[in-house]
Structure formats: structure tokens, C-alpha cells
Design a protein around this ligand. Structure first.
Ligand code: HEM
Length: 558
């Protein structure tokens, strides 16, 4: 596909937008295009083309992108799979048939290099896979005010085909464009403001104390190890912590009602939903044309999630309408959302459960594994906590949680060692030269930033859990490689919560949840994990724990 300037559509970054729509600018670009026509030779080698960066002196970002575009090779020259190879690869016995998503991406990287094409089949758009930090930066910096994150088409498909038309007015945070923009604008002030964290602090601590007690209930009295299926308890904790915010309700799944059938059904449905993101978002599927058996399973799981959350959200809303907050009393998150709009409150609750439960479970597992495998770091963390909270039952407050840098560094490092997914996705918000090739606005790109987190060139001693890398104030005892990190980190490699206006809306909630859980567990127990952590996570779209999580929890007496 040869692209002329006429293909250049708007870039929604305000500064960029002005430039792109400026007639003079467009004229200049046309002249430039005529003067320097696109080279059309096909690149034979399988690695990215390295275009000399333009001289950036006195140039705006737009000028730089423009200049790069002039030099870039055409889109068609990007190496990659043909439609037939893609289709054949996923068929029984094919190269990709049983590969996880990450393995698929890596296998193709070996074949084609740090940029490659994946063709779209059966109505899916084609995608470009990127392993280059400079490309991530360009994509994010030009994503505009309504960034498009593809990958949720299957959810949109389900929502738009519901017979009751529930989602007719809005598709929630899965939407794109103005619909997404309005929804996000309505919920951001409630979910993203740091001061609102105090609203969840108390309920989360209550849920967390239950979790500590649950560990004592279920661990073996002799070995002090929890059972193989401890992940189900972590799931319950994650669910309760999100539900207490999303639905203003404690389900009692951790201790009072741990074997609830409804919870089982909901967790299973969330798992089916997660697997569907890869099965229908990346693999070839005919779901847009016919309801395949796997689509029907997905649809059923979505119906279950819908029915359960809708019912509880409505109950919670009725309760709140009966007993609204009194004057001077702080309203809950749900109540605040309800004040904005009833439907927004319900859809937001669904989106929070769908996006927040398994992610939080994987993150908590990652943190516990890292800390259990490193006694010395665990002790260092305990000492930091004891300075601020000398008694293990002392309550956390926004104030006393403020100055715990090592706690935060431990969490960051655990999410580096065990990231939750391959990275992130966007539709490009402008015509861009990526790794030296022309990629038009509106192209679906996979940015595999999380797959670079274990590379030595970015993180020396990458396999080791070294929270110190993230500390701004470095101490003298740190080795050279530990010190290297905090100073020289590229801004576009470590983005566990995404980037820009579309970044994770649950970040405040999950930050608090991870901090409270880790602090609480480390205050109460010495944690060990006396087994191998090899292949601890299975990769679907999300990385989910797959080994028995037989942590040993020994009470601390102080
Ligand atoms: C450690 C746990 C979590 C991680 C690592 C995580 C990460 C992410 C990432 C990477 C994105 C995409 C951001 C982007 O496109 O730039 C995202 C989006 C989202 N997350 Fe999270 N998340 C976590 C927990 C949660 C929780 C607990 C909730 C809800 C309470 C939540 C709700 C959402 C929602 C609704 C979106 C879509 C936002 C939008 O498109 O506007 N997440 N998350």
C-alpha cells in the first residue's frame, strides 16, 4: 500500500492536530512527497530497518515524523506472515496451533525481527507487532485524546448484539471515540482521584483482615502450608476488593461463604471471557459470521457476568437510594457514580469486575511469589513497615501509607518479573514511520513492551528480584547494576498500567489493594515458597498462575 499525503487523517494530539490540518503544512508535505518519493524496494532481511533519525534541532515533533515518513519504506515491505501461513499455522498440526499468545509473538519475532505483519483473516483487521521502544513512543505520543485500544471487539460484538439493547446508549470503557471519551470523562473524577482512595481504604482493610484470618484457617497445622488451590482464595480476595468498590457490597466469599455456587460461576465465566480475548481477538475465528460453539460458550459467560453484576448493582443502587449518605457523610464510589448516571454506574461495575479481578489475582500472586523467594528483601520490607506501623494490627491510613518507598519498589519489581500480559495495543493515531516502514493512521499495533522486561540490555540481572532498582534515593550498598536502573530507564518500556488518557482506570484501586495486601501479609507472617517457580504463569491473553501456590505462612511474634 503506497500512501500519499491525502491518506493522512487527523491526529488528535492538539498541537499535532493543528499542524496536520494546516493547509500550508499539507502543501509542504505534498511537495516533499513529490521531491522524495517513497522507495519501493522490498526488504529481504528479517530485522527492522534502521532509518537514520532526522536532525531534531529546531524541529517540532510533527516535522520529525514527517521527515521520517518521507524516508520510510512502504507498508508492504514489512516482513510477516501471509494470510495462508497465518490460517495454516493455527490449524491442527500447524506451527501456532498450541502456542500461547506470547510464544506466538516470540516465534514470529525469531522469524521476522522486531517489526512484522500479521494479516487479518475472517473479517479481522491486519496487525503490526512491534518490539522497538522508539516505535512505542511514537505510537503513544500521537495516540490523541481518544486513543483506540483494539482487542475488545468481541465484547463490543456481544454488547451490540444483546437483544435487550442494554448497551444502546453506551458500550462503557470498551467503546471507542466519543462514546468512550464521554464515559471516561464521567468516571475519571471518581475513580482516578488520589483523594478518593480513602473511600476504599476501610472496606479493603476489612476484606484483607478476613484474608489473613482465612490463611490461618486453611494452612496445614504442621507444615504451615496453604493447600494447592490457594489461588482460589487469592481470587476471592481480588473479587471482594473490587466488588466492595464496584458494588458497595461485601459478599463474604473469603470466609463466611467461600463455597458460594454463584461465585464459582462468576469466576468460571471471567476465565472464559479472558480466554476469549486471545481466541477471538488474535486467532482466526468465524464468530462474526456464525455462532461457533466457542462463541456460544463466550456468550453464555458474558450473560452470566451480566446477570450477576446487573442484579447486584441494582440491589446496591436500590439500597443506596433507600439510605443515601447523610449531609457531611462521604458518599461511596458507587453512590457517586449513581449520582452521575444509573446506567454508567452499572456498566462501570461490570467493567471493573471484568478488568479487575483476574488482573489483581495475577498481580498479587506475582508479588507473593517474589517476596516469598527472597527472605532478605522480605525482611527489609518488614523493617520499613514496622517503622511506620509498629503494631501488626494497626490500621493503615492514607497518611501512614505515604512514606513506604520500599513497599512500592517491591510491587513494581514483582510486576516487572511477572508482567500481566505481553504489553498493550493501539490503533495508530497518525501516519507513522515505525522501524523505518510506513504505517498508516488507524493500523492495529501490538506493543510488546512487557516482553522486553526480562532483557538484560534494559534490566541488568533481569531474572533477579531487585526492588532497589526502582528507588530514587539509592543507598551506597547497592551494586553498580542496581544503581544503573533507576537513572537510565526508558519511559516507554515499563508501563504496567498502560499510558495516557486510556490507561488503567482501576490503578488507584489496585495500587491500594496490592499495598495493603503485601503489607498485611508481611506484618503477620514470614512467607516462604519451597517449590520451583518455573513456568509459574500460563499465558493466555493475560498471564495467570498455573502452579500449586503452596505458600508457607509462619506467624510472627512481636
Ligand atoms: C495489577 C492489576 C492491573 C493491571 C496491571 C492493569 C493494567 C491495565 C492496562 C495495561 C490497561 C490498558 C491501558 C491502556 O490501554 O493504556 C488497563 C485498562 C483497564 N483497567 Fe486495569 N489493570 C489492573 C487492575 C484493574 C482493576 C482492579 C480495575 C478495576 C477496578 C481495572 C479496570 C480497568 C479498565 C476498566 C480498563 C479499561 C480502561 C479504558 O479503556 O478506558 N484494572 N488495565
Amino acid at each position: 500500500m503506497l500512501l500519499s499525503v491525502q491518506n493522512t487523517r487527523r491526529v488528535a494530539v492538539p498541537m499535532l492536530w493543528r499542524h496536520m490540518n494546516d493547509g500550508k503544512q499539507r502543501g509542504q508535505r505534498q511537495q516533499l512527497n513529490q521531491k522524495y518519493p517513497i522507495r519501493t524496494q522490498i526488504v529481504q532481511q528479517s530485522t527492522a530497518v534502521h532509518v537514520k533519525p532526522p536532525n531534531v534541532d529546531n524541529k517540532s515533533y510533527v516535522d520529525i515524523l514527517d521527515a521520517e515518513w518521507q524516508q520510510a519504506l512502504p507498508y508492504k515491505a514489512i516482513p510477516g506472515l501471509t494470510r495462508f501461513q497465518m490460517w495454516r499455522g493455527f490449524m491442527k498440526g500447524g506451527d501456532f496451533a498450541n502456542l500461547s499468545m506470547n510464544d506466538l509473538l516470540l516465534k514470529c519475532r525469531e522469524r521476522f525481527g522486531d517489526i512484522y505483519r500479521m494479516p487479518g483473516i475472517f473479517g479481522q483487521p491486519p496487525s503490526i507487532v512491534l518490539f522497538n521502544l522508539t516505535d512505542f513512543e511514537k505510537v503513544y505520543r500521537t495516540e490523541g485524546v481518544w486513543p483506540v485500544r483494539p482487542g475488545g471487539e468481541i465484547i463490543l460484538h456481544y454488547r451490540s448484539s444483546r437483544k435487550d439493547g442494554f448497551f444502546n446508549e453506551t458500550m462503557g470503557l470498551t467503546a471507542h471515540g466519543e462514546d468512550w471519551g464521554k464515559f471516561r470523562h464521567a468516571v475519571n473524577p471518581i475513580l482516578m482521584q488520589p483523594k478518593n482512595a480513602k473511600l476504599y481504604m476501610e472496606p479493603m482493610q476489612k476484606v484483607n483482615s478476613e484474608f489473613i484470618q482465612r490463611i490461618r484457617d486453611i494452612r496445614d497445622p504442621v507444615t504451615l502450608e496453604v493447600p494447592d488451590n490457594f489461588i482460589s482464595d487469592i481470587n476471592r480476595l481480588s473479587f471482594e476488593s473490587v466488588a466492595v468498590v464496584a458494588l458497595d457490597h461485601e459478599f463474604g466469599l473469603i470466609r463466611k461463604n467461600p463455597d458460594s455456587k454463584e461465585a464459582r460461576l462468576l469466576f468460571d465465566s471471567l476465565t472464559t471471557f479472558l480466554n476469549a480475548l486471545y481466541d477471538f481477538g488474535v486467532k482466526p475465528s468465524l464468530y462474526k459470521y456464525i455462532k461457533t460453539p466457542s462463541y456460544r460458550r463466550f456468550e453464555k459467560s458474558m450473560d452470566t457476568i451480566f446477570d450477576i453484576t446487573n442484579r447486584y448493582a441494582n440491589e446496591a443502587l436500590a439500597r443506596l437510594e433507600r439510605n443515601p449518605a447523610k449531609a457531611g457523610q462521604e458518599r461511596s464510589v458507587l453512590e457517586k457514580l449513581l449520582k452521575v448516571d444509573r446506567k454508567i454506574a452499572i456498566i462501570m461495575a461490570m467493567d471493573m469486575l471484568m478488568a479487575g479481578v483476574d488482573t489483581t489475582s495475577s498481580a498479587l500472586t506475582a508479588i507473593l511469589l517474589c517476596i516469598a523467594k527472597s527472605r532478605q528483601k522480605q525482611q527489609k520490607l518488614r523493617e520499613e513497615l514496622l517503622k511506620v506501623l509498629p503494631h501488626k494490627d494497626e490500621h493503615f491510613t492514607i497518611e501512614n501509607m505515604k512514606n513506604l518507598p520500599y513497599l512500592r519498589a517491591c510491587i513494581k519489581e514483582a510486576l516487572r518479573i511477572y508482567p500481566l500480559a505481553f504489553g498493550n495495543m493501539r490503533e495508530t493515531g497518525a501516519d507513522l514511520a515505525l522501524s523505518g516502514y510506513r504505517v498508516a493512521k488507524g493500523t492495529r499495533v501490538f506493543m510488546t513492551s512487557n516482553m522486553l522486561l526480562n532483557e538484560e540490555r534494559f534490566f541488568p540481572r533481569a531474572q533477579e528480584f531487585i526492588p532497589e532498582r526502582w528507588l530514587r534515593q539509592q543507598d551506597e550498598a547497592m551494586t553498580e547494576s542496581e544503581q544503573l536502573m533507576a537513572d537510565n530507564l526508558n519511559k516507554f518500556i515499563y508501563l504496567p498500567f498502560g499510558f495516557g488518557p486510556r490507561s488503567c482506570v482501576g490503578k488507584r484501586i489496585v495500587d491500594l489493594e496490592m499495598e495493603i495486601t503485601l503489607s498485611n501479609v508481611v506484618r503477620h507472617f514470614q512467607i516462604d515458597f519451597n517449590y520451583s517457580t518455573d513456568n509459574a504463569f500460563a499465558n493466555h491473553f493475560l498471564n495467570v498462575p498455573q502452579i500449586p501456590l503452596k505458600f508457607k505462612f509462619t506467624d510472627l511474634n512481636y
